[in-house]
Ligand binder design. Structure first.
Ligand code: G1P
Length: 297
């Protein structure tokens, strides 16, 4: 029997400089899509996939994340007193079972591979997931759940993947495809942020991974890669070198790059429109705005 994936690592140590000045005092992961912070979307997705232990790799100035997943006795008491049961219910998704969440500090910003490696002592000999909260994925069945189901069939290591325009390839980890089986591709190589024009395909790695503990061993070598950082992509590519299986998984869903301002705004519109309590008013506003713009042209 293949071991179940019950632990997930959330690398949340980044400074979020693209969102300054907001991120001067608010961690990027607490920035809000409609009314929920980015990290809540990631946690909900992990829970839907059966994750029971949540490992945050943080850095200085991320206290707001720890508080967010703690109880808020005064707030809860005041809501209870005022009979706000719906709001109390809303807060439930922010509560974690005692001991289910761990925070590890990444003391130096040495890259994504290094961040994942910082959590190595909390992962024993078991497969684990990695979720990058910047990549928000809207999907009928949450992306990590799709992957956990696929992983039950394949084993190995698996990365979420999607097609990107060739001119964008140098912003991603890119897969070199061995065999394309539709929703699943077997991988013969992976390159982090290839030079323009040298990408082996247009299949990019998106921030969802299911990895074997061997990948953590590969990271022990602390090999510096693209951008002078320790790259997770390189540690996964080392698996292929060692003749172990790596798969790309074409998830069903729409991915938003909430690490960029344009992506964040697009996600805000999409999630706003998908909310029954906002849909009508918001879509009237958007169509009115589009009509005004067209008339002005
Ligand atoms: C990271 C990974 C990259 C992946 C991307 C997806 O890059 O290193 O392989 O394609 O996330 O969002 P970053 O965006 O942190 O530079």
């Amino acid at each position: 029997m293949r071991r179940k994936v019950t632990k997930a690592i959330f690398p949340v140590a980044g400074q979020g400089t693209r969102f300054l000045p907001a991120t001067k005092s608010v961690p990027k992961e607490i920035m809000t899509l409609v009314d929920r912070p980015l990290i809540q979307y990631a946690i909900d997705e992990a829970r839907a996939a059966g994750i029971k232990e949540f490992i945050f790799v943080t850095s200085r100035g991320k206290y707001a994340l720890e508080d967010y997943f703690d109880v808020a006795p005064e707030l809860e008491a005041s809501l209870r007193k005022r009979g706000k049961t719906e709001l109390l219910e809303t807060l439930k998704s922010t509560n974690m079972e005692s001991g289910a969440i761990a925070y590890i500090r990444q003391h130096k910003a040495l890259g994504l591979g290094h961040a994942v490696w910082c959590a190595r002592r909390l992962i024993t000999n078991e497969p684990f997931a990695v979720i990058l909260p910047d990549d928000v994925i809207a999907a009928e069945k949450p992306c990590l759940q799709q992957m956990v189901e696929a992983y039950a069939e394949t084993g190995g290591s698996m990365v979420a993947t999607m097609e990107v325009p060739p001119e964008k390839a140098s912003s991603y980890g890119i897969i070199d495809v061995k065999e394309d089986m539709g929703s699943m591709v077997s991988v013969k190589g992976m390159v982090e942020k290839p030079q323009p024009g040298s990408a082996p395909s247009n299949l990019a790695v998106i921030g969802r991974y299911i990895l074997t503990p061997k990948v953590l061993q590969n990271l022990n070598r602390i090999k510096t890669g693209a951008g002078g950082e320790v790259q997770l992509t390189d540690a996964i590519a080392d698996e292929i070198e060692a003749d172990r299986d790596v798969y790309g998984f074409r998830f069903r869903g729409q991915r938003f790059d909430c690490g960029s301002k344009a992506g964040f705004l697009q996600a805000t519109v999409a999630f706003g429109l998908s909310r029954p309590d906002l849909r009508d008013e918001f879509s009237d506003y958007l169509s009115g705005m589009a009509a005004q713009r067209n008339a002005a042209q």
